[in-house]
Design a protein. Structure first.
Lengths: 228, 229
């Protein structure tokens, strides 16, 4: 499910777009002006924007350029709906910063497929996880969001971040994080803390992407690490 | 200069594409079958693939499927250019991993604009690269170090984010308001422009200290700041 912001003043276009988004269960947010859009997307950043011709061609093609200049919308795909059949006009719309342009009347199944293609690419570009660690203050940001970690969770994460891509066995973590002598300590302790850590930093703790575990080799971190 | 590989079993069409897009400054490669396309892609990764669907042997849909399961090519921009023109065909092409779909006969203006849009998007994705270079400035986002004419300077986290954002938007005058939103994540129309001014001043002091380069960051009066290449 994705959040789609739809800018339009045309009921027929709205009907087509709602039909197109319904099989994929997308959430459609409607706006009939771009006034105030900066505040809207700051609170609630969409995964895609669809702009109808009824708004797109206001003040020339300024709408597309204005949308592209909003920091929160950088990288957010923009799909335009146009009434024109002229290739030169489609070219202008794309050159103004739109990622795709669909002619009206809309064929709903094609629009839905084009939206899937744009969202797929948007997600790919977005999959990079960035962890920013501050050792002195034990603060961690995950893609800009501050995580609330306990001291032990922080130490565990920082240890894994010392060597991204390298695997740490539960025993090695017991020694490095908890300072147990070699061969002592209970691996269940590590498992419990990893579970808590995942709950805080994974989108889906049951299918972890950041703190990964390879059977027989141990835990590893999959993220871009920054220190500050 | 972006490198585009065009795949079609009709030599005439390949020639036309190479001539049209070559004229726009792209470097063009050609393949006449799906098998040959995969071979050429492995030799050198194109920035964009223009792919016909109906070809003897391996068809375009199979080429696309095969590329999308290969980690190296999941994000390779693919544009289908084909005579298959039913809605089912378009949906099938996009759903196996195509980024765009154009039907033959095509209009040159639209084809070249769609090519530009796809390349632009590919460019946006590759901005994740830790090292960014513009003119004499080389910024490494792994170390937060900037190098100008061989002089390496360490930046703070905020200085780095500010410089990075300006380098990702070269030749654009960026208003303090936009920078407050993009770099400091302030809600729209909040934050103090003096904060931006102070950081630009610090950044300039560091960047222009030893390098002979003056005005790495230019002030555009009444608008904001700009880095040019």
């Amino acid at each position: 499910m994705a959040k789609i912001l739809f800018l339009h003043r045309d009921q027929a276009a709205y009907d087509s777009v709602s039909i197109a988004v319904s099989p994929d269960n997308h959430m459609l947010i409607s706006m009939n002006t771009i006034d105030g859009i900066q505040e809207t997307v700051y609170r609630n950043t969409p995964d895609m924007i669809i702009v109808d011709a009824s708004i797109l061609f206001n003040h020339g093609l300024n709408t597309a350029r204005q949308l592209r200049a909003i920091p929160r919308l950088e990288g957010v795909p923009i799909l335009a709906l146009t009434s024109t059949r002229a290739a030169s006009e489609i070219a202008q719309v794309l050159d103004a910063g739109c990622d795709d342009c669909v002619r009206k009347p809309v064929v709903e199944r094609e629009l839905a497929a084009r939206m899937r293609a744009l969202l797929r690419r948007h997600k790919q570009a977005d999959t990079q996880v960035i962890l920013q660690l501050n050792h002195d203050h034990h603060i961690v940001y995950l893609n800009g969001r501050r995580l609330d970690l306990t001291r032990t969770e922080y130490d565990l994460l920082e240890t894994l971040c010392l060597a991204p891509g390298e695997h740490f066995s539960p025993q090695a973590l017991l020694e490095q994080v908890w300072q147990y002598p070699a061969g002592k300590g209970d691996p269940a302790l590590v498992r419990n803390h990893v579970r808590n850590l995942r709950r805080k930093l994974e989108d889906d703790p049951d299918r972890p992407r950041v703190v990964q575990c390879l059977q027989g080799r141990g835990y590893t971190i999959n993220a871009v690490i920054e220190r500050w | 200069m972006p490198y585009i590989l065009a795949v079609d079993d009709e030599a005439d069409l390949l020639g036309t594409l190479s001539r049209l897009l070559g004229r726009e400054g792209y470097e063009m490669g050609e393949a006449t079958s799906g098998e040959q396309a995969l071979m050429k892609i492995n030799q050198r990764r194109p920035d964009l693939l223009i792919l016909d669907v109906m070809m003897p042997g391996m068809d375009g849909i199979s080429v696309c499927k095969q590329l999308r399961v290969d980690n190296r090519y999941v994000d390779l921009p693919i544009l289908f250019l084909t005579a298959k023109n039913s809605t089912d065909d378009v949906v099938a092409g996009l759903d196996v991993g195509g980024d765009d779909y154009i039907m033959k006969p095509f209009e040159v203006a639209e084809l070249s604009a769609r090519v530009r849009a796809l390349l632009r998007r590919g460019q946006r994705d590759s901005e994740k690269n830790p090292v960014l270079e513009i003119g004499a400035i080389r910024l490494d986002s792994d170390t937060y170090q900037v190098e100008i004419n061989g002089v390496v300077t360490q930046l703070t986290a905020t200085e780095h984010r500010l410089l990075r954002y300006m380098m990702e938007h070269p030749n654009q005058a960026l208003s303090p308001q936009r920078l407050l939103e993009a770099v400091w994540d302030y809600p729209p129309r909040t934050g103090d422009p003096d904060l931006v001014r102070a950081h630009v001043r610090n950044l300039r002091a560091k960047l222009e200290k030893e390098s002979s380069q003056t005005h790495v960051i230019r002030t555009i009066h009444g608008v904001g700041y700009m880095i040019s290449n």
